[in-house]
Design a binder for this molecule. Structure first.
Ligand code: ATP
Ligand code: MG
Length: 325
């Protein structure tokens, strides 16, 4: 498999986008009713389909331009401009952009501003008027994982579409489907768990598994480790840690524990997390929230120590001791 899974399986139409039903439905409806705004903001978790969807919208907007639409692969560059705001943050970049879209082209022009929150305040101010009233047949699509960093004046000019973390079950089913198409077998459950809601992250994990970099499902080991730490069974905790160490970096182990403590906390409130399976049935651990909170805080402390000394093994083991006391 030479091609990277995430690129090979990038959805080409709304129907192929998984786990964003409501968002995709409202986009579909807005396109059909002609109520799609001239400025859109697609925001939410990384690797959940923002860039992908922006491209699909661009294609849809060009449906009435058969020359472009029917030869999309070849001709999309005529109407689709993608700008990485992270590296084009300034006023001059924006002025250039505004200048470049003043003249009509064949088709419907779509300007995608990726990492939109990175634009400088001045750059945004230069863009405001154009966002409010772009030239005919021009649509702006702003993408960001951090919408709270955008100015309200910008947000208020955009139709907002949210992209959510994709549920573990949905990911599992999707990865299963892809593995079938590839004609290979892989532990999709582990990938879906580790993906943490990001379709792309899970695909990268599968990619590694398929290229022989074994990424075993160690969630059971983590569950046991969390249990050992929680019940202050130091010997077992250290033993499990050294097992995990064979497959994972010291720092990753602490970061993963941190996530587990977080998940265990919110599971108490009935929130669904990637570790739900460990909370169903008989092996359910009853956790005390204050204790989980302390463990979580300690993990944050331990994580800082990794930058203080190059000896990660010591930091990890002392950290596990600290957690288990
Ligand atoms: N909702 C989805 N349905 C199907 N595949 C998806 C979805 N989201 C992401 N992917 C897969 O992940 C890849 C990357 O997705 P995309 O670039 O759209 O994510 P993004 O939300 O823009 O992420 P980032 O915030 O990191 O830019 C796609 O090529 C596709 O393979
Ligand atoms: Mg993106």
């Amino acid at each position: 498999m030479s091609e990277v899974l995430a690129l090979k399986y990038r959805p080409q139409s709304f129907e192929e986008v998984v786990g964003q039903n409501q968002t995709v439905e409202s986009l579909r409806a807005a396109l059909d009713n002609g109520t799609l705004g001239h400025a859109l903001l697609l925001c939410g978790t990384r690797g959940t389909g923002k860039t992908t969807t922006a491209r699909i919208i661009a294609k849809e907007l060009n449906q009435s331009f058969p020359e472009i639409y029917e030869n999309w692969e070849k001709r999309h560059h005529l109407v689709l401009t993608e700008i990485d705001a992270a590296s084009n943050t300034g006023v001059d970049n924006v002025r250039e952009l505004i200048e470049s879209i003043r003249y009509a082209t064949q088709g419907h022009r779509v300007v995608v501003l990726d990492e939109a929150h990175m634009l400088s305040k001045n750059a945004f101010n230069a863009l405001l008027k154009t966002l409010e009233e772009p030239p005919p047949r021009v649509t702006f699509i702003l993408l960001t994982t951090e919408p709270h960093k955008l100015l309200d004046t910008v947000k208020s000019r955009c139709q907002i579409y949210e992209f959510h973390e994709v549920e573990q079950q949905t990911l599992e089913a999707y990865y299963e489907h892809i593995m079938e198409l590839e004609g290979v077998k892989a532990d999709v459950k582990a990938a879906a768990l580790k993906a943490n809601g990001s379709v792309r992250d899970g695909l990268s994990i599968l990619q590694k598994v398929l290229s022989g970099e074994q990424e075993a499902d160690n969630s059971k080991q983590y569950f046991e480790l969390v249990g050992a730490i929680y019940s202050q069974d130091v010997a077992t905790a250290l033993q499990l840690t050294s097992e995990l160490r064979k497959a994972e970096e010291a720092r990753v182990i602490i970061q993963t524990l941190e996530k587990w403590f977080y998940w265990a906390s919110v599971e108490n409130f009935g929130q669904k997390t990637p570790i739900r399976e460990f909370f169903d049935g008989d092996n359910r651990l009853e956790f005390d929230l204050a204790h989980l909170q302390r463990l979580f805080d300690r993990c944050l402390d331990i994580e800082r120590n990794f930058t203080a000394t190059p000896n990660a093994k010591i930091v990890l083991e002392m950290g596990i001791l600290k957690l288990s006391l």
